[in-house]
Design a binder for this molecule. Sequence first.
Ligand code: SF4
Length: 306
Amino acid sequence: MGKTLLNVEDLVVAFSMYRGDTLKKENLEVIHSLSLDVKEGEILAVVGSSGSGKSILASAVLDLLPKNAIVSGRITYDGKPLSMKTTPDLYGKEISFIPQSVDYLDPLMKVGKQVQGVKGSKARQEELFKKYRLGKDTEKKYPFQLSGGMARRVLISGAVMGNPKLIIADEPTPGLDLELAMETLKHFRTLADQGTGILMITHDIDLALNVADRIAVFYAGTIVEIASTQDFLSGRDALRHQYTKALYDALPQNGFKPIPGAQPYAGSLPSGCLFADRCPYRDDACAGEQPEREVRGGKVRCAHAT
Ligand code: SF4
């Protein structure tokens, strides 16, 4: 694995919002002290349940957060601070984005032209459409003429058009059948093997385990564990956090055991371990803040992980 491309350190994101039906504003913190890094040639999958705020991480990295967002922490690319102000040229070139919503496509432009971009090559677009099994006539279509799966493949083609060094993929596979989802992920793997770093945000841990090098487990607005994919394949004892172990037990191949309880709401988080309400092993040591620490080559926020 090569040098670090993306580094996110102690990221905090809050939204300034009106409280209930009053005119008073409050800051709702949705990302708490989140740290991760993506190296050249690796796929880091950020895995967590749908609706838990993972996409906010992608928006923060891409500097796409709305105006009422209050952000602190450090986001660097290749060692330099990353933002629309300081490094606008990186976005869409060295760093590309596969969004969760197909609404990112321009409804008034034929998709072939959209994928080619301003200076893109038609030959490369045709090559990518072929690779993603988009028929020859697709390039002349408008987004409304595509199925959800086709639109997603067009988005993926657009993201890899310029041979980016870092790809941020936010739920890249919904709308694709299993075969095509696996094929897309295999293509990500090929890109990574050629040196691209990929941050893949997904709710589908099973799919992620097929291609990712490391898995960052997202829970209630932060990363509670970063483990190698090999740790997941080795079994629950190789994992460190109780939520990760519960996720492992909930996989179909491990008996589909549900995780009791629900993730805490951003506005009413517990003061200590965010998973404490659902953890059978909680004790007094879990009541304080759980800083990230290294355990067996991975990272974890749990007082009792060894
Ligand atoms: S810190 Fe405590 S409550 Fe949280 S996962 Fe670890 S053992 Fe469970």
